[in-house]
Design a protein around this ligand. Structure first.
Ligand SMILES: CSC[C@@H](O)[C@@H](O)C(=O)COP(=O)(O)O
Ligand SMILES: [Zn+2]
Length: 210
């Protein structure tokens, strides 16, 4: 099996799992997986598709600038430049972007702080942080309509081979060394967002949550 087919299947599996979670509302979301390092190429979702569907036109191979690496009628995701920034600056192997109601609410509630902070949750260990009472932070950036501007802002928060950024009233972009790590981190963030949204509502209702 060629490396492209192997990586295609790996990304298709992640895509199916995120679809099963119903994380691709109204064609939103984009995913990518690195295929080669030198030169850099990666498979990225084709723009505007319903990512819940599985077809043989789901992904296309792009180069280090996010341009199609082969002749195709498919258009790379509108947000490919964010993936480009990650692959060019880190050793990440996979990038996942989803819009969920909870990630949008958290991005809005904490927008003025420029970040959301979470602590006191066992699931933080999914990020490889094992200390008691550990804290995790996710930056929240403005949702610039101009993608090169968004990508430039986004790039200032890329600090390692695994990471995540919330885009205000838009969604989350998570990356990891492998597809497994990116998906694990995405699931952990979404767990924290859902937990926090529920806590805020319970607090508002006067119930005794910490
Ligand atoms: C209807 S979602 C809006 C899009 O602009 C975008 O935010 C998105 O996530 C999907 O765009 P795509 O070009 O299909 O990757
Ligand atoms: Zn998006």
């Amino acid at each position: 099996m060629s490396i492209v087919v192997k990586k295609w299947n790996e990304l298709a599996e992640v895509k199916a799992e995120l679809a099963a979670r119903d994380w691709f509302f109204a064609t939103s979301g984009n995913l990518s997986i690195k295929v080669t390092d030198d030169p850099l190429t990666f498979l990225v979702t084709a723009s505007g598709k319903d990512k819940r569907k599985q077809t043989d036109e789901d992904f296309l191979l792009v180069d280090a600038a996010g341009r199609p690496a082969e002749k195709t009628h498919l258009k790379p995701s509108a947000e490919t430049l964010l993936h480009v920034e990650i692959y060019n600056r880190t050793n990440a192997g996979c990038v996942l972007h989803v819009h969920t109601v909870d990630n949008n609410i958290i991005s809005d509630v904490y927008a003025a702080n420029g970040e959301a902070v979470f602590s006191g949750q066992e699931i933080i260990k999914a990020f490889g942080i094992w200390e008691e009472n550990a804290e995790v932070r996710i930056p929240i950036i403005y949702n610039y309509a101009d993608i090169p501007t968004l990508a430039q802002q986004f790039s200032t928060y890329i600090h390692g081979d695994a990471g995540a950024v919330l885009i205000h009233n838009h969604g989350i972009t998570v990356w990891g060394r492998t597809a497994f790590e990116a998906k694990k981190h995405l699931e952990a963030w979404e767990f924290l967002f859902r937990w926090q949204v529920k806590r805020l509502l319970l607090q508002r209702a006067g119930l005794p949550v910490g």
